[in-house]
Write a protein that binds this ligand. Structure first.
Ligand SMILES: [Zn+2]
Ligand SMILES: [Zn+2]
Length: 158
């Protein structure tokens, strides 16, 4: 298969998701740009749980297929999008990532799709919460040329 044919195959993959009540539905095509857990306090509060897991997709491959979420600025230049009917957090967008939409993994129709590849803002991780994978842990955000602090769970947690 030549490269363009492979690209077409990947582009044909459609991933969909929805909020708890179903008023908001979305879909994106192709592979996500990245998939990460975020342990920062702002994300924790936004999802009401110990960690927020994101699927980062290119905005031009993403669309809402039902409803329009509400949004509020959780920090300057940042919008948290949620269902105005049931309150489910749907997505995060920020001026820093103008071409991306960061979807909350828990809203995917298939939770087995697109497993995470790393942990961000690990220094804010709550003491009693650990994930026993071998993925890289980043002090803040992952990115080109950013080395993880370590891989796998904190020492002494297993
Ligand atoms: Zn809803
Ligand atoms: Zn965060």
């Amino acid at each position: 298969m030549d490269k363009s044919a492979m690209d077409r195959t990947q582009d044909a993959v459609v991933t969909s998701g929805h909020c708890t009540c179903g008023a908001i539905r979305y879909a994106f095509t192709g592979k996500p740009h990245w998939v990460m857990h975020c342990h920062c306090a702002s994300c924790r509060r936004a999802v009401g749980s110990a960690v927020a897991t994101y699927v980062g997709v290119k905005a031009d491959r993403f669309r809402y297929t039902a409803g329009t979420p509400k949004a509020y600025p959780s920090s300057p230049g940042v919008l948290r999008h949620f269902c105005g009917d049931c309150g489910t957090p749907i997505a995060y967008t920020g001026d820093r990532w103008p071409t991306e939409v960061h979807l909350y993994h828990g809203t995917l129709d298939d939770p087995a799709a697109w497993p995470p590849t790393g942990h961000a803002h690990i220094v804010e991780q709550v003491d009693w919460f650990e994930v026993h994978d071998d993925l890289p842990r980043y002090e803040a955000l992952a990115g080109k040329g950013v080395a993880p602090l370590y891989n796998g769970p904190r020492k002494g947690s297993r």
